[in-house]
Design a protein around this ligand. Structure first.
Ligand code: CA
Length: 229
């Protein structure tokens, strides 16, 4: 069974999560501050880490950065804040997902299952055939996770990549913000779709603005579509 590390300074919350995860059959360890979190994460082979943002000694963002220098273990951030930019910052720093406190335990368990499944798929996906999506000057290599415009490589974060990929898989078809949120970002609950706008803005600044192409079109009140230029 999967091994999960909880990094959470609020003892009651940590204990509650620990009991629920143990009940589900997961092997669980927990630590109470950021520095211990980095040490534990990098010294033991965990399958997933639940990481609180507000922690003593080192905050969760810094813990995440230090873990990411050495490990791509799935990390779900536990955040008390509800600001979209905080979530984006966490995801861009390499978090796989986040959940806002207070959360229902079923929601957390569902996200853990998704993150573990994705990890397993990535580990077994290396033998898949390479698929390259092409649209105008933009090409997107699904398996290598590479995007280029006119042959010039573009640095995209994982989430930016997933949004672009979802759009490029269905050129000419309007994708609602809700669908992009659930397909590309794994957020299937209402009210989180504004996070999609942040990624669209970032994609536009990296592709449309820089290369003077107009690939991504806004469909007001609905969502976005990508078309052959
Ligand atoms: Ca905390």
């Amino acid at each position: 069974m999967a091994r999960i590390l909880i990094v959470e300074d609020e003892a009651k919350i940590a204990r509650f999560i620990e009991l629920e995860l143990a009940h589900e059959g997961y092997e669980v360890d927990k630590v109470e501050d950021g520095r211990a979190g980095v040490d534990a994460a990098l010294s033991s082979p965990y399958d997933l880490i639940l990481l609180d943002v507000l922690l003593p000694h080192l905050n969760g963002m810094e813990v995440l950065r230090r873990i990411r220098r050495e490990s791509d273990v799935p990390v779900i951030m536990l955040t008390a804040r509800d600001a979209v930019m905080d979530k984006v910052a966490g995801l861009d720093a390499g978090a796989d997902d986040y959940i806002t406190k207070p959360f229902a335990i079923e929601e957390l368990l569902a996200r853990i299952r998704v993150a573990l499944k994705r990890k397993a798929e990535q580990e077994h996906g290396s033998t898949l055939q390479t698929e390259v999506l092409q649209l105008g000057p933009v090409s997107l290599d699904v398996d290598r996770h590479e995007v280029s415009v006119n042959g010039e490589p573009i640095e995209l974060t994982n989430r930016e990549f997933e949004v672009l990929r979802t759009l490029m898989e269905s050129p000419g078809i309007v994708q609602t913000r809700e669908r992009l949120a659930s397909e590309a970002l794994d957020y299937d609950f209402v009210g989180e779709s504004n996070i999609v706008d942040v990624y669209i803005r970032q994609l536009r600044s990296k592709i449309d603005d820089r290369y003077d192409v107009k690939l991504i079109t806004t469909v007001r009140g609905v969502g976005y579509v990508i078309r052959e230029p």
